[in-house]
Design a protein around this ligand. Structure first.
Ligand code: 5GP
Length: 113
């Protein structure tokens, strides 16, 4: 069993967050250190360390996270935005509870570092 992460503590309500969306499958809240005017994290309630630990059984959950990101982007008035899922420490993942970054509100460069 993976250890609790800060996101488990946010899900349980132990650590407060600036929530923008919640349903039975996921929670979305503003990143504490935003890299753009809009920077929201969408996390599954199910504990999954990263995409590397997902299986075909998670297909609809992963789709739900992206559809939710799209709904939130519309709510936030974004037409152009980016969804990022850092997978593994060398890819920049620091919290080992799968999450989608929704980033927008400024011009974004490509490729990322
Ligand atoms: P990662 O680097 O794993 O892809 O992204 C983790 C993100 O979680 C970072 O952007 C970081 O700022 C955010 N984060 C870490 N701890 C907290 C927290 O306690 N509250 C919120 N809202 N965001 C956090």
């Amino acid at each position: 069993m993976p250890e609790d992460t800060v996101f488990d503590r946010i899900l349980s309500g132990e650590i407060p967050c600036d929530s923008v969306f919640s349903d039975e499958l996921c929670l979305a809240f503003r990143d504490i250190q935003p890299v753009a005017p809009v920077h929201i994290l969408i996390i599954p309630r199910k504990r999954l360390e990263s995409l590397n630990s997902s299986t075909e059984a998670d297909e609809s959950l992963l789709g739900h996270l992206l559809i939710t990101a799209t709904k939130i982007a519309k709510q936030e008035g974004l037409k152009d935005w980016r969804a990022v899922i850092n997978t593994g420490s060398e890819a920049g993942q620091t919290v080992f509870h799968l999450h989608v970054h929704l980033i927008g509100g400024r011009a974004l460069k490509w490729p990322p570092g």
